[in-house]
Design a protein around this ligand. Structure first.
Ligand code: ADP
Ligand code: MG
Length: 701
């Protein structure tokens, strides 16, 4: 009964109907009663207070006015026409302006009648007006709840055109809230509620929409934020519990011949202590009989790829296959080559599978995979297509993952009765708060140490006017035998212009760095894979000194002799991208440099990003700054819509709440790992409504 209430189609709410329902779904994703209850106001106005017109002195705050209309005029013609009404109270007068819906408003307004007007002041020709205010007669306004704070909902042009402006949404929400009173079930345990002195869920929902006073609004908001962040974290912990208690894993019992031979005979350097520790953690995990699901963090250049490869050797020693999945073809190819080279003479079959693998080759790979002859497969997303069948896949490694969420990871499981171990590697550190909410289902290892002998990369910022200096510096570096990346931004929205920038840049470089003394490679996403590869190879072999490219090189490419990274229009890159790009240099023993070129026009955020890059090379500091500047929506892994499913809480601003309810969630899971105790049933019910948890729960039952 209660469950059905939230799932009832919005169409059936008083004041909605089929047409508005369709539009609500399309524009705001509001399809059910539950969706509307969770569509919270973004601001509130104290309706008990009226502004005096003469007091209006800024355009920041919405105002509520009470006064008489003293004139109504139409100005201009046709599409340019506007309706101007003058509202007067005892302190002064102000113009109300409409550009649309003029006819309708005009019919409604009467000179001499008293009105209540809501709106945001606009400064125009040195006096304030209200454009498209909400307006109603005093009599009309008294029919509604006028006490307390008045909610403002964001709306869209289309919704406004069918009467669902903020006020319209507030009306239907009021209808819903009245009906909902007895149908809003409690979702937290009495223990939690009394510990934090929360108001009930019902009170919270009621008061987040129509708060009686600021104090109760505060309480409602806290309770709702707590709940959103709590269930987010609890869901991650539960997924982890389900995996640990219910899912079998392949037990890798031995560290065998391949691993040992590689370690003793082929490894060209000593592992760092961090690498040793991490390999041990992974080995223990894969030998436990449980499925491993682990996040491996390590800054760019910390040697994750090597760790990944050694873990694959453990899988092979235990007679399993392994695969390594990366986001781009170039990177796949590079990993394929590095790994093939390192495993030379160890008698292990390694293959590459990407979107551009030829059919004949593909057939061969399929055959060898199914017979079990092929041991290591490296590739792009092509690896997880349904057509790829392994004989006995034991370990999946996902490198530099950007677009891999819980659901996709779960997809990897489906292929096998006993799921493979999964290792997710990432170079961009994730701020703690985000890690708890995004990756709480994973175990965690970190390589917190760079291989010895690496020098700190020096980062400089130049405006375009400093270009000659930069060119001179580049020439000097090339003279010393170094190689240089020059990277241009490329985003879909401005692709044509961006490619032109890149080509212009390439031409101008070709003039300043002429053949035969200099040779320049160029790589961008619009080139054929074979051409890209050819250019890439020339650079890797040192035949060209400069690599001009778009961000295709952003992830993972390893050319130790490259020591300068020049980033053009650096202000257009996000922080984590800049950090990734910078990580392409500083891989050899030489001093490396990163040069950020920008125009003079920098937004304040752009400036902060550049300053952050110049100030620090610490990935964690950069990730925190990134989260603050951009919010979580753009941080890696969170792009998928609905991944976080937060309506009120904010992962940056509500950091304190995250920590508190994270601890509550941990305590609960520690006491009752699968929520089987009577008192926790209410939590379990709520969790089952979360899609990703639901899928996992079904899998085991
Ligand atoms: P990541 O994937 O973490 O960015 P890579 O695995 O690509 O880093 O390693 C970066 C470079 O450092 C590679 O050239 C690799 O051979 C080298 N490297 C890795 N581990 C060590 C080590 N322990 N000592 C010296 N060099 C190392
Ligand atoms: Mg790497």
């Amino acid at each position: 009964m209660q469950y059905n209430f939230a799932d009832t189609k919005i169409e059936f709410l008083k004041g909605v109907g089929p047409k508005r329902a369709e539009m609500l779904g399309k524009e705001l994703n509001i399809r059910t009663f539950g969706d509307l209850l969770q569509y919270y106001p973004f601001r509130y106005i104290d309706r008990s207070k009226y502004f005096r017109i003469a007091e209006i002195d800024n355009d920041l705050v919405y105002v509520q006015l009470k006064g008489k209309i003293i004139s109504i005029e139409t100005h201009g013609q046709m599409r340019a026409s506007r309706l101007v009404a003058t509202l007067k109270d005892e302190s002064g007068s102000i113009e109300l302006v409409w550009f649309q819906g003029i006819k309708w408003i005009k019919e409604k307004l009467r000179i001499g009648e008293e009105y209540i007007v809501f709106g945001k002041p606009n400064l125009f020709n040195r006096s304030y007006n209200l454009t498209h205010p909400d307006i109603e007669t005093l009599a009309e306004s008294q029919q509604e709840i006028t006490e307390g704070l008045y909610p403002f909902y964001s709306s869209t042009e289309k919704l406004k055109s069918i009467g669902l402006n903020s006020k319209g949404i507030s009306r239907i929400t009021a209808n819903l809230v009245l009906m909902a009173k007895l149908s809003i079930p409690e979702t937290l345990t009495p223990e939690i509620i009394s510990k934090f002195r929360f108001i009930s869920r019902e009170e919270a929902i009621l008061n987040i929409h129509f708060p009686a006073n600021p104090d109760i609004l505060q309480k409602a908001s806290l309770r709702i934020k707590f709940e959103e962040l709590f269930f987010l974290q609890l869901s991650m912990l539960i997924i982890k519990q389900i995996r640990l208690t219910k899912v079998k894993g392949n037990c890798f019992k031995v560290v065998g011949e391949k691993f040992n031979r590689f370690y003793h005979e082929k490894l060209p350097f000593e592992l760092t202590n961090a690498q040793k520790r991490v390999i041990k953690e992974i080995r223990t995990d894969m030998g436990s009989g449980k499925q491993m699901n682990r996040l491996l963090q390590g800054d760019v250049g910390s040697g994750k790829t090597l760790v990944a490869m050694m873990c694959m050797l453990i899988a092979i020693d235990n007679h399993f296959q392994a695969c390594l999945m990366v986001p781009t073809e170039i990177l796949a190819l590079q990993h394929f080559e590095t790994i093939s080279r390192m495993l030379d003479n160890l008698d292990i079959d390694v293959e590459l599978l990407t979107g551009s693998t030829k059919t004949a080759k593909r057939k061969q790979i399929d055959k060898d995979l199914q017979s079990g002859k092929l041991k290591i497969l490296i590739g792009t997303h092509a690896l997880i297509e349904d057509t790829v069948q392994f004989a006995n896949l034991g370990l999946v490694i996902i490198d530099e993952q950007h677009r891999f969420g819980v659901e996709q990871r779960a997809k990897l499981w489906e292929k096998n009765e006993i799921p493979p171990h999964v290792l997710v590697m990432t170079a961009t550190p994730i701020p703690r708060t985000l890690a708890m909410t995004l990756y709480g289902d994973l175990d965690y290892s970190a390589i917190d140490e760079l291989p010895p002998g690496r020098k700190q990369i020096k980062t400089y910022h130049y405006f375009d006017s400093g270009r000659l200096k930069v060119f001179a510096f580049m020439k000097q570096q090339i003279k010393e035998g170094r190689q240089i990346y020059v990277v241009y931004p490329l985003i879909k929205e401005s692709e044509t212009m961006d490619l032109k920038d890149l080509e212009d840049g390439y031409l101008s470089l070709s003039r300043d760095f002429p053949l035969p003394e200099y040779a320049i490679s160029i790589v961008h996403g619009k080139m054929k894979a074979a051409d890209k590869d050819y250019e890439m190879q020339r650079f890797i072999k040192g035949e060209t000194q400069i690599m001009v490219s778009t961000t295709v090189i952003e992830v993972g490419v390893d050319v130790p002799n490259a020591s300068v990274m020049v980033i053009e229009n650096a202000e257009r890159f996000g922080l984590s991208q800049l950090h990734q790009l910078r990580g392409r240099v500083g891989r050899g023993a030489d001093q490396s440099y990163c040069i950020l070129m920008t125009s003079y026009k920098l937004s304040s955020d752009g400036k902060k990003r550049i300053e952050t890059m110049v100030r620090t090379t610490d990935g964690f500091e950069i990730a925190e700054a990134d989260l603050r500047l951009r919010g979580p929506g753009d941080i890696q892994g969170t792009q998928q819509s609905g991944m976080l499913d937060l309506h009120l809480a904010d992962i940056v601003k509500d950091e304190k709440i995250i920590k508190v309810d994270g601890n509550v969630a941990i305590d609960i899971i520690t006491e009752d790992p699968l929520l089987q105790m009577q008192k926790n049933l209410v939590l379990k019910e709520q969790l089952k409504k979360i899609k990703k948890v639901k899928g996992n729960w079904e899998k085991i039952s």
